[in-house]
Design a protein around this ligand. Structure first.
Ligand code: MN
Length: 292
């Protein structure tokens, strides 16, 4: 019998704050827990737990702001998110879709509720993840990957027990379409009530799970919606048995960058000097103008 991969820590964040006036998020890291090195290459995770928005005609979201040194990855579960950036990209994502924006050296973007959803109102449920860029790629040109659900990798679990949707890297040989600057496996999993799935990630990859709906037993630990489960860096199986109501979750697993990282505001760089320079460049208008 194979070893189980031990759970290092399980936690949930309760504090919420507004990002602009459209995103009501729980910052799991680095605010909740400082995992900048421990969970590299993943630098930040904001979880907008399901929240009802009333119909509105005035825009909800966050206006033009800069990023450097990272990629911002948005996963929509309910509601719809619209994006514009000053590299000329525009996209809208709906439930099940993902958008992957590479800030590289300098980008400005704005993110808000898509207009029809804004007008109609309803439940909004999403995650924004920041992926840190390797030192050698901190200044790559901006890029936007529109990853609609239909283009993501798909695997059905045996006995109609659920399915896995692969965003990047792979799951049991099924590949995800996202292009990344360092190796990482990101996939969303739906496991129906009472069904089980067992999988493994490389022992040296930083590996965690965010529960986005329902309950499950994971390697013998009871886990529920909003829990984040961080695994020890050891080889071993992850065995997940869905509770009666079933479970939805997302797995983040990546090779650590093993480089110094300093985060501040919308930037993640390798040194304090580079971070100061990012703020200075923004003040100097080097990220471009806000009229996009
Ligand atoms: Mn942003």
């Amino acid at each position: 019998m194979s070893m189980l991969r031990p759970i290092e820590e399980k936690f949930a964040i309760e504090n919420e704050h507004w990002v602009g006036n459209g995103f009501r998020v729980r910052n799991y890291f680095p605010g909740g827990k400082n995992l900048l090195q421990r969970f590299s290459p993943f630098a930040l995770m904001d979880y907008n737990v399901p929240k009802e928005f009333t119909p509105s005609t005035s825009s909800r979201g966050i206006g033009p702001h800069p990023h450097r040194g990272i990629e911002t990855v948005t996963f929509a579960f309910q509601g719809a998110v619209e994006h514009h950036d000053n590299a000329g990209n525009h996209g809208i994502i709906y439930p099940g879709d993902v958008q992957w924006m590479t800030a590289g050296g300098a980008i400005m973007h704005k993110e808000y509720h898509e207009k029809e959803f804004l007008n109609r109102g309803g439940v909004f449920h999403m995650i924004q993840l920041w992926v840190n860029l390797p030192k050698k790629d901190k200044f790559v040109p901006g890029r936007y990957q529109d990853l609609p659900n239909s283009k993501l990798g798909k695997m059905e679990l045996p006995d109609e027990g659920g399915d896995v949707t692969v965003v990047s890297g792979e799951f049991k040989g099924v590949k995800g379409p996202a292009m990344t600057y360092s190796p990482m496996n990101i996939y969303m999993m739906v496991v129906k009530g009472g069904n089980s799935v067992t999988f493994e990630e490389p022992g040296d990859y930083n590996t965690g799970i965010l529960m986005t709906e329902g309950q499950a037993d994971i390697n013998g630990t009871a886990c529920a919606h909003k829990d984040f489960i961080l695994f020890e860096n050891r080889e071993g199986e992850i065995t997940l048995k869905a509770g009666e109501e079933g479970v939805k979750l997302i797995v983040f697993s990546g090779e650590p960058l093993n480089e110094p990282a300093v985060a501040g505001g919308p930037f993640v760089m390798n040194t304090k000097e580079e971070l100061d320079q990012a703020f200075q460049d923004y003040r100097d208008g080097k990220f471009g103008t806000e009229d996009f």
